[in-house]
Design a protein. Structure first.
Length: 447
């Protein structure tokens, strides 16, 4: 179940007439906000149920609201009323005139007043309700409306059960609004109000640009903003999860490398023959592959081979244990966003563990480099290097060490490479002159 709900809509152009009927009904119906303690736990009325059916039909996204989840679990009058009210909060922007919407979020019952009304914006900027109403009403461009909602228990525990906390949070999000909504900072306008509802405290936000042609909000941007709010509000919980997940990820990488090293050193006789054969096949394919040898640059069929190897390695006991632990922490992250554990996942499909694929590729490249010649296959299906291959490998390593020695000599300072002193050079020159030979000035100057 999601910890936080974030919805986004915008107002622009004509508004459907039937939506106005919803607002009128919800705003005027007796008992919607005034259920007493003796009736609020009774089953929802027929009118409430009928209205909720219409709401979820016309607004499918409303099924994601926390209030709807509560209503499905316990269809009481209280939960029905809370859901109807929240739909009005989340979708009233689509069914009310703009100036009325500003008045609604700034002065409706339950709003926390900061300066005679509930609206606030950037620090030091005065907010006059009537002026904001006219400003928004006369704006010809799009005006986006967002709602961020928490459960009461989370709001109390994390300190977001008051307007001051939300005011401080939203004032820190100016850069986020600019980036995700494609609005220049000098043109950004936003207003918000905190509604301290009993079940789900939430905040309404209006955002638009002074430049009426500016501003764009994609589904990806909505998810980015939701994620940023989540990570700010639930910072400590995410920190704990990510730290534990990093430990499990490091353990997974270490155990994967250990398995690959044993395979490369021909110590993997207890591994499935198919795994060894596929790794050897990958080694051959990479030897005939040009360009950058990392997963993202490989051809589709080579990627499929890498994925197959990764999933086979994931079945090795020590790797399987580490991967299971990592998945538990990943599920903890998913649950924060309302995900479930029903999805069947394999190691090769984990985007956050792409490093495993490149470890397999690196191992195959090492195998190809050390293999030299055609490997010899035993009846058990295990690839063994021939004596000729081993000798070639040793010779290659020896040449590498020798090259390092010469490289070290070349890197020595000039005065260390030429250690013959002046007296020695003078003696050689005098001996040549005594024998009637010309002095080799060229060699001397080089020395």
């Amino acid at each position: 179940m999601a910890k936080l709900i974030f919805t986004s809509h915008y107002m622009k152009g004509a508004l459907p007439a039937h939506l106005q009927h919803y607002v009128k009904y919800i705003a005027t119906r007796e008992g919607v906000e005034q259920l007493d303690d003796t009736k609020e736990f009774l089953s929802a009325t027929k009118n409430q149920k009928k209205l909720i059916q219409r709401l979820v039909k016309d607004f499918p996204e409303s099924k994601k609201l926390l209030e709807y989840e509560d209503y499905l679990v316990h269809d009481t009058r209280r939960n029905a009323s809370a859901f109807i009210q929240q739909v009005m909060d989340s979708y009233v922007a689509l069914s009310e005139k703009r100036e009325n919407y500003v008045n609604y979020i700034g002065s409706r019952p339950g709003v926390e007043h900061i300066s005679g009304h509930g609206l606030f914006t950037d620090a030091g900027v005065p907010v006059v309700l009537s002026q904001v109403q006219q400003e928004v009403a006369n704006h010809k461009g799009a005006v986006w409306t967002h709602v961020v909602s928490l459960r009461r228990e989370d709001a109390i525990r994390l300190g977001y059960d008051n307007g001051k906390a939300w005011q401080a949070l939203l004032r820190s999000k100016r850069a986020m609004f600019c980036k995700e909504m494609k609005i220049d900072s000098k043109n950004l306008k936003w207003y918000a109000a905190f509604h301290n509802e009993s079940h789900h405290p939430h905040v309404h936000i209006m955002v638009y640009s002074k430049n009426e042609k500016e501003g764009y909000l994609s589904k990806k941007a909505i998810e980015n903003m939701r994620s940023e709010f989540m990570h700010d509000i639930f910072r400590q919980e995410f920190l704990h999860i990510y730290e534990a997940q990093k430990v499990s990820r490091d353990k997974l990488m270490m155990r994967t490398e250990a398995v690959l090293n044993r395979l490369n050193n021909v110590e993997g006789n207890d591994y499935p023959p198919q795994l060894l054969e596929d790794l050897q096949l990958l080694s051959k394919r990479l030897s005939r592959t040009s360009g950058k040898k990392v997963y993202g640059y490989l051809k589709a069929d080579v990627k499929q081979l890498v994925n197959r190897i990764v999933d086979q390695i994931a079945e090795v006991d020590e790797v399987k244990e580490a991967y299971s632990l990592w998945k538990e922490w990943q599920f903890a992250v998913d649950e924060m966003y309302g995900g479930t554990q029903d999805e069947i996942r394999v190691l090769s499909s984990e985007k956050k563990l792409k490093r495993v694929k490149n470890l397999v590729i690196e191992s195959a490249l090492v195998m190809n480099h050390e293999g030299g010649g055609e490997p010899e296959r035993t009846g058990d299906g295990v690839w063994l290097r021939t004596a000729q291959t081993a000798a070639a490998t040793s010779a290659a390593r020896l040449l590498k060490e020798i090259s390092k020695m010469f490289e070290g000599e070349l890197r020595k300072p000039y005065h260390q490479q030429n250690s013959i002193d002046r007296k020695r050079r003078r003696a050689i020159r005098q001996k040549r002159e005594a024998l009637g030979q010309k002095s080799d000035d060229t060699m001397e100057s080089q020395i």
